[in-house]
Write a protein that binds this ligand. Structure first.
Ligand SMILES: [Zn+2]
Length: 321
């Protein structure tokens, strides 16, 4: 009932915008609400001037545990188009999104990645690991799906959406080439990526890294002491010198690993902070999808003994990041 009432309010607000446009004024911009920053970024690039995009989740926000707020609900029900990731990433928003999708355009863009490319979820049969944004090549399908969704919502803009999506995909292709190059420079024995939760399975498969998350695919599971002990053992036995913290997950477990290894006489350092499930601060390079991935790839390569420019692909990363 709450949704119905807000919808009516949304329609009224929309009508006011149209009426206020006046004769000859440009058509109102398409309002798009996206859950993650990565999706919002692609929607802004592809949508250009024709869209107004709002992201619900900012830097440091964990999508696995995020629950829509009252103001999110208002924005979601008023939007011309809602883009979410799907694949059970926004686990706490599933019910709401399915209900909203029965009445207005709601598109799960992460599900555009072909099933043959998806990695099975370790905890749930029949579900997949949602972290497909970690590999630009996989994100291409998502960009196409966003262009399709925008075109369906605003057909007269379709030509522009497709052209901008193509230009953006060329940039993603360049990023993919950079990632493959610098990550290939990491010596084989050091190709182990230890992070707070299992966000890097697609990364590991694409770039030939063994990936060990302390927590599972969702951040909702508690990391057991046994799991920490097992990873300390692995770090010591294989002489791995760096582990990584994540922007959206507490570093408590990573610190426990470092302390555990130190107690065994093996020095492990924090190789840097990776953007796992959210981008950096809006308005910065790291606050874009390109910058997020450039940061991760560059940080990982350098911390594990590979060769990469200190400030990344185009020298745009913040110094000392
Ligand atoms: Zn995650």
């Amino acid at each position: 009932m709450l949704i119905n009432r807000r919808d009516v309010m949304g329609l009224a607000a929309g009508a006011a915008v149209w009426a206020g446009g006046g004769a000859g004024a440009q058509e109102a911009r398409l309002t798009v609400v996206a859950t993650t920053g990565m999706i919002a970024d692609a929607a802004r690039v592809v949508g250009g001037d024709l869209v107004e995009v709002r992201a619900l989740m900012g830097p440091g926000i964990d999508p696995h545990s995020y629950r829509q707020t009252r103001s999110d609900i208002a924005a979601l029900t008023r939007a011309d188009l809602v883009l979410w990731h799907g694949l059970y990433l926004e686990a706490q928003m599933e019910d709401f999104m399915h209900k909203l999708g029965a009445r207005s355009p709601v598109v799960a863009v992460g599900e555009a990645v072909p099933e043959s490319e998806l990695i099975d979820h370790e905890d749930y049969e029949g579900r997949f690991d949602p972290h497909v944004w970690m590999v630009p090549e996989l994100w291409l399908s998502v960009v196409d799906r966003i262009a399709d969704a925008l075109s369906a919502a605003r057909p007269e803009g379709a030509e522009g959406f497709v052209a901008r999506a193509d230009a953006y995909k060329a940039q993603l292709g360049r990023l993919e080439t950079y990632a493959r190059g610098v990550l290939a420079s990491v010596p084989a024995p050091a190709r182990v990526l230890v992070t707070a939760h299992d966000a890097f399975s697609y990364f590991g498969r694409a770039y030939d890294f063994e990936v060990e998350g302390i927590q599972g695919i969702s951040t909702e599971s508690e990391a057991g002491l046994a799991r920490i002990g097992e990873l300390v053992e692995m770090l010591v036995a294989r002489g791995i010198g760096a582990v990584f913290v994540e922007s959206t997950v507490s570093d408590r477990n990573v610190r426990a690993l470092i302390e555990g290894a130190a107690a065994r006489g093996h020095v492990v350092q924090v190789g840097g902070e990776l953007f796992s499930d959210a981008m950096g601060v809006p308005g910065t390079y790291e606050g874009t999808y390109l910058g997020m991935i450039d940061h991760n790839v560059t940080t990982i390569a350098r911390a594990l003994g590979g060769v990469a420019p200190e400030r990344g692909m185009d020298a745009r990363l913040a110094a000392g990041s």
